[in-house]
Design a protein around this ligand. Structure first.
Ligand SMILES: O=C(O)CCC(=O)C(=O)O
Length: 270
């Protein structure tokens, strides 16, 4: 088990509710994965942004989500049996007002447990200026908070869900160099500000769960076993992209995203 000073990474994660600065990709690999995304964007526009299960239509996010340097940290936290649940690009264009309000991830996903982690892998600089994530250390130990919903077009979250009266003075920034990742617990309160930098802020959000988790909101849900064994069979199987964007990539992304929105109770994308 890898350590950070006298604590293991897992101990630090369970104390703070998140870990930053996990080195995953070399500068060359980061540039190559950014290029793949931007080539795909040239083909299907913004259909890749904020849509679910991009790893089922594009090889690059699948390779990133299964990168050993990332999955090793996930294993230290979740144990040996790991399902890949969702992969989503979260992109804030330069000089735009898009932000993420204070929230917890596990509120709407319908899981019956908390054996889940979110990782966020930077394909460009995530800094205070470009709107990197901010976390409230230890907030994962407070359980779930009430979130109010609204319809703010600049809020990246589907229902602009917001935890009110967060003590912002307790927040710590979680900056990431390109190729680095952070990992956070589904109850950790976090947010991010607009990107006021000159570059795009490109992040890949990757959700992992354990096979024992159950979906309680809909009859069927899907995931992909990426390490260990699934002794439960609670999820149908997602398949990784094995080719450059298939012809029906946009349609498939829309189907996955509609399903995700149905689970989270959000309005469906057009
Ligand atoms: O990309 C962001 O700024 C926020 C992402 C987020 O909320 C998450 O990864 O859980």
């Amino acid at each position: 088990m890898t350590s950070t000073g006298s604590q293991t990474r897992a101990e630090k994660y369970f104390e703070d509710g998140f870990l930053g600065g996990i080195e995953v990709l070399s500068p060359e690999e980061t540039a190559a994965h950014r290029r793949q995304l931007e080539d795909a964007e040239r083909q299907i526009g913004h259909a890749l942004h904020y849509h679910s299960k991009v790893h089922t239509v594009l090889r690059s996010p699948f390779e990133l989500a299964t990168h050993p340097a990332l999955v090793d940290v996930v294993e230290e936290i979740l144990g040996p049996d790991i399902l890949l649940y969702n992969v989503t690009y979260i992109i804030k264009e330069p000089q735009t007002a898009k932000f993420v309000s204070w929230h917890q991830d596990l509120t709407y996903w319908g899981f019956d447990g908390t054996k889940q982690v979110s990782t966020w892998l930077a394909l460009s600089p995530a800094t205070a200026t470009s709107g990197c994530m901010q976390m409230i250390p230890g907030s994962h130990r407070q359980g779930l908070h009430e979130q109010v919903t609204s319809d703010d077009p600049d809020n990246v979250l589907l229902q602009s869900q917001t935890i009110e009266n967060v003590r912002e003075e307790d927040a710590v920034l979680c900056p990431l160099a390109p190729g680095e990742a952070s990992i956070h617990h589904g109850w950790t309160i976090h947010a991010s500000r607009p990107n006021t930098s000159a570059d795009r802020r490109i992040g890949l959000n990757i959700q992992y769960i354990t096979p024992g988790m159950c979906q309680t909101k809909v009859k069927t849900d899907s995931a992909m076993l990426i390490r260990g064994q699934d002794r439960f069979g609670h999820f149908e199987t997602d398949y990784p992209a094995d080719e450059w964007l298939p012809d029906d990539a946009e349609e498939r992304l829309l189907v996955s995203t509609r399903k995700y929105h149905a689970i989270s109770g959000s309005p469906n994308p057009a």
